[in-house]
Design a protein around this ligand. Structure first.
Ligand code: NAD
Length: 314
């Protein structure tokens, strides 16, 4: 049993992580401003006395003492909107870089020895090697979001090497599933609920990326942190295949029971400024520890779509 903090623990991925930590008996403190997270995502655990919620903005003071006696911080709080980040970078600079710096400083002053951080495939930019391994370079992000996450990785490296902490940095593919409130699947479902006869698809619909269902992502996160022990441990987390955007649209249309939906492509190989049209991560490093990916991109999309439409998931 461990006392840990999950920043962003009321959000999409964070609340699934909290489910898993509670299930294995850890004591969990969630720090979340609820700017994008939902109280209801963790309400059951709070009511059961298994989770404490500190409702606080990491950019303000008042939450730091929640780190007293904590053995591990899972730092997930962030502005995750890649598309918006390239239009208005300010929120990403603050909620990603500055918030991460403040979490690391609070860890340093409270003697917390371990940080787990959720980074992203977008740190690789338009990688020329696909599947892309952790050793790929140069790291040349094409989005503000990717740039901010790379800056966070660098800060974590410096704090781990300089102040006796250990760090786990996970570069995620697209993580999808129940409670998600952003990304391509959310976007398509909302558009089709508004106008069931047509669907605007950003770009040419051929953007091809790797997707991983959120529960599989959480299993990989916890496996890696329990099975590696360097000062800084960097792992890609994703599935071993990819799927294109038009196929995702087809799955959503089918699962919503729609027919004759007219697709309208906005054109261009990228959906937006900073979009990476082809992404698949090499996961050999994690597999070498003994982890086995148990779900591919297509199945991840199907499970996520059904869950997000409120259908029973087998
Ligand atoms: P999310 O928006 O559901 O979760 C982020 C949480 O952080 C929210 O609950 C929000 O309220 C909270 N938060 C944001 N700014 C805060 C602040 N200043 N102070 C306190 N709380 C704050 O997003 P998610 O998809 O669950 O992402 C979780 C993490 O995983 C993020 O770090 C994101 O960048 C990373 N990530 C996600 C994906 C993906 O596909 N979803 C891919 C790569 C990386």
């Amino acid at each position: 049993m461990m006392l840990c903090v999950v920043t962003g623990g009321a959000g999409f991925i964070g609340s699934h992580l909290v489910d898993a930590l509670v299930a294995r008996g850890d004591r969990v403190v969630v720090i979340d401003s609820l700017v994008n997270g939902e109280h209801r995502n963790i309400a059951g655990h709070i009511d059961a006395g298994r989770v404490t919620l500190v409702k606080a903005d990491l950019l303000l003071d008042g939450w730091q003492d929640a780190l007293t006696g904590v053995e591990r911080v899972y730092h997930l709080a962030a502005d995750p909107d890649v598309r918006q980040g390239s239009l208005t970078p300010d929120s990403q600079i603050h909620n990603n870089i500055l918030a991460t710096y403040r979490v690391l400083e609070a860890m340093r002053t409270h003697g917390v020895p371990a940080v787990v951080f959720t980074s992203t495939s977008t740190v690789y930019g338009d990688a020329t090697i696909i599947p892309t391994p952790e050793s790929y370079n140069p790291l040349e992000p094409v989005s503000v979001y990717g740039a901010c996450k790379l800056a966070c990785e660098a800060l974590i490296s410096a704090y781990c090497h300089g102040f006796g902490m250990k760090g786990w940095v996970y570069r995620f593919a697209n993580i999808i599933g129940e409670r998600s409130n952003h990304g391509v699947i959310t976007d398509f479902i909302k558009k089709l609920q508004d106008r069931p006869g047509e669907l605007e698809i950003l770009g040419d619909g051929r953007q091809t990326k790797s997707y991983l269902e959120v529960k599989a992502c959480i299993r990989a996160m916890l496996f890696a942190v329990e099975n590696s022990d360097d000062v800084l441990n960097i792992f890609n987390i994703g599935s071993e295949d990819w799927v294109d955007v038009t196929t995702i649209a087809d799955i959503i249309v089918r699962e919503m029971g729609l027919s004759h939906v007219q697709y309208r492509f906005t054109g261009g190989e990228r959906g937006w400024v900073g979009d990476v049209p082809r992404m698949q991560l090499a996961v050999e490093k994690l597999k070498a520890l003994g982890w086995q990916p148990d779900v591919g991109s297509l199945e991840s999309v199907e499970v996520a779509v059904r869950a997000m439409l409120g259908k029973a998931v087998s």
